[in-house]
Design a protein around this ligand. Sequence first.
Ligand code: ADP
Ligand code: MG
Length: 254
Amino acid sequence: MIDVIDLKKNFGDNEVLKGINMTINKGDIVVVIGPSGSGKSTFLRCLNCMEDPTSGKIIFEGVDIADPKVDINIHRRKMGMVFQHFNLFNNKTVIENIMLSPVLCAKKDRRKAVMHNMFHKDKLPVRPVKEIKKDAEENAHKLLERIGLEDKADVYPSTLSGGQKQRVAIVRSLAMNPEVILFDEPTSALDPEMIGEVLDVMKALAADGMTMIVVTHEMRFAREVAARTIFLADGKIEEDKPSHELFDNPESPR
Ligand code: ADP
Ligand code: MG
């Protein structure tokens, strides 16, 4: 699904990623561990082109999305991202947070279809905006049910606990039907008693076959859920191997 080839990223003279090579197959659950400042967040942000790589290739479903000529928006829709600090929109209700991207993208597709139909004989279907919203809303309710938060649909994120916010952020990313979800330390900002409920949602996703790349310090999650663990240090992959091997027989003393 994803082939990362010699990915490098500099910020000025700071060489943060020094040539990363990695293959992610459909259904893989890969955990990335490594000390603070080793480039884990930068790596995830390069993967979905929130940061432009300095050089290298990111082949996602056959297309090099690091190539500036490629329309990244089309591909980025298929990559969900979950952040340490949830990044929910605090001025929108829970359900509005979940509906926002699907509705925006469907409207964008609708506009494209309208434009196309003005100039071409072959007509593309144009979905009524009402229908777009109704579908997104129904789907959002289903997603909230899945995490047991259907009663929170109309509240604002500020009224939720950290664990609830992160579960909402996870289903918000699911609302786009992503091919892969990137998690950047999803439990690091949580009180200890809330970590379990978020990991449980992630485990359920893993069991459903979702492809996941997870930066985390939760070693037990890595060991139990991820077939593969990658150890990133100083912008390079130090180890990339089956989790049980990495934990039981690490090559790197670090
Ligand atoms: P990690 O997530 O492993 O803690 P990061 O990817 O956040 O590491 O950071 C790696 C290095 O890149 C750090 O030295 C950090 O200061 C630098 N860095 C990250 N983002 C930026 C940025 N937007 N501008 C400049 N330097 C950055
Ligand atoms: Mg980070």
